[in-house]
Design a protein around this ligand. Structure first.
Ligand code: GRG
Length: 331
């Protein structure tokens, strides 16, 4: 089994809180429209996506800012119609902890910039070599490999500039928030997952190795997104632990479902190349445990995510509905 970073054990296994001292696609699938308060989930997702898009547009250098090529490339990938899952979860976690969405917005946008950078780099010929992402040609196909590398670098860097717009709270300092983001995006989480994923290609991997890849490549960014939302709301340590459990289980469920969709959906529906995992002999849940067992695992993880929210009141209803929505998603 691959080594597990200590910080991840702290978060995900023991749930010890370390530092409390100081185009959704243009058409959102409406196969399951849940309602909370007076708002249904479809409207909620759409309005949150618009809020995030407006904020990202404000926070990013304009397309014609010098040198225009890099800013065009950054914006090309950022505004290509991603689901905005991580920032939406960040804002919903802030709400769930009775905080203000406005305070969480810079942190939410920072996570989306980092996520987009990881997609741009993942699509490069030297990595996953993909031509199609978020329903359009990948960044390097349009701007060339060199500019795509730089656009990814610039999205990662601007994320920290954007996060710096957030405010510290009584319990959580800005340095804690920056540390949180750096760990999630760093060589022991997102990059660790990507390294393990690259190294697993064409090999038979165990379930534990697969889980390590998914925890780091996917669940860490999702866990950090909800933790940041909770921190922006100055949540108490018990609620931060619960939000962490939620993010971790939801993040794993999200990746299991992503693996399932890769073998059950078309490229057109996904907005990215379907069937690539099998072609590249990738480590995926369907490949390791089979399709039906993967579906059962996604349900089990979604239940675990729901259970983690038991201590929250009706403010966490959007988080609960998002977890159900993601389990039933088709892209
Ligand atoms: C290059 C450091 C580095 C990391 C790349 C993001 C990634 C790691 C690889 C892409 C392939 C993959 C399956 C990643 C797992 C995370 C995931 C499911 C990404 C896609 O997220 P969505 O579905 O994408 O939220 P949109 O486009 O909707 O934002």
């Amino acid at each position: 089994m691959l080594p597990r970073p200590k910080e991840f054990r702290d978060w995900a296994m023991n749930f010890r809180v370390e530092h409390h001292a100081s185009s959704i696609k243009n058409v959102i699938s409406s196969h399951r429209v849940a309602a909370f308060g007076n708002v249904n989930l479809t409207q909620y997702l759409k309005s949150r996506q618009q809020m995030i898009d407006r904020a990202l547009d404000r926070f990013l250098p304009k397309e014609n800012a010098a040198p225009p090529t890099i800013h065009k490339a950054m914006r090309y990938s950022l505004f290509a119609g991603g689901k905005r899952l991580r920032p939406i979860l960040c804002l919903a976690a802030a709400e769930g902890c009775k905080g203000r969405v406005r305070e969480a917005l810079p942190l939410a946008c920072a996570m989306e910039c980092i996520h987009t950078y990881s997609l741009v780099h993942d699509d490069l010929p030297s990595m996953d070599n993909d031509d199609f992402r978020r329903g359009r040609a990948t960044c390097h196909k349009v701007f060339g490999d060199g500019i795509a590398v730089l656009a990814g670098d610039a999205l990662l860097t601007v994320a920290f500039q954007i996060a710096a717009r957030a405010k510290p709270t009584r319990r959580y300092s800005m340095s804690e928030m920056f540390r949180e983001i750096s760990i999630a995006a760093g060589s022991r989480r997102l990059i660790a997952g990507q390294v393990a994923d690259l190294e697993a290609e064409g090999k038979k991997v165990s379930r534990a190795e697969l889980r390590y890849i998914h925890e780091n490549k996917t669940a860490a960014m999702i866990t950090t997104s909800v933790r940041l939302g909770a921190m922006s709301a100055n949540t108490d340590p018990g609620k931060l632990r619960a939000i962490t459990k939620f993010g971790y289980a939801l993040g794993l469920a999200f990746q299991v479902i992503d693996d399932i969709l890769d073998v059950t959906q078309t490229s057109e529906k996904l907005g990215k190349s379907a069937g690539k995992d099998i072609a590249a002999q990738k480590a995926t849940y369907p490949a390791v445990i089979g399709l039906e067992a993967s579906r059962a695992e996604a349900r089990r993880l979604t239940n675990a995510a729901q259970n983690a929210l038991k201590i929250f009141g009706k403010e966490a209803e959007p988080l609960r509905e998002l977890a159900n929505y993601l389990l039933a998603r088709e892209y």
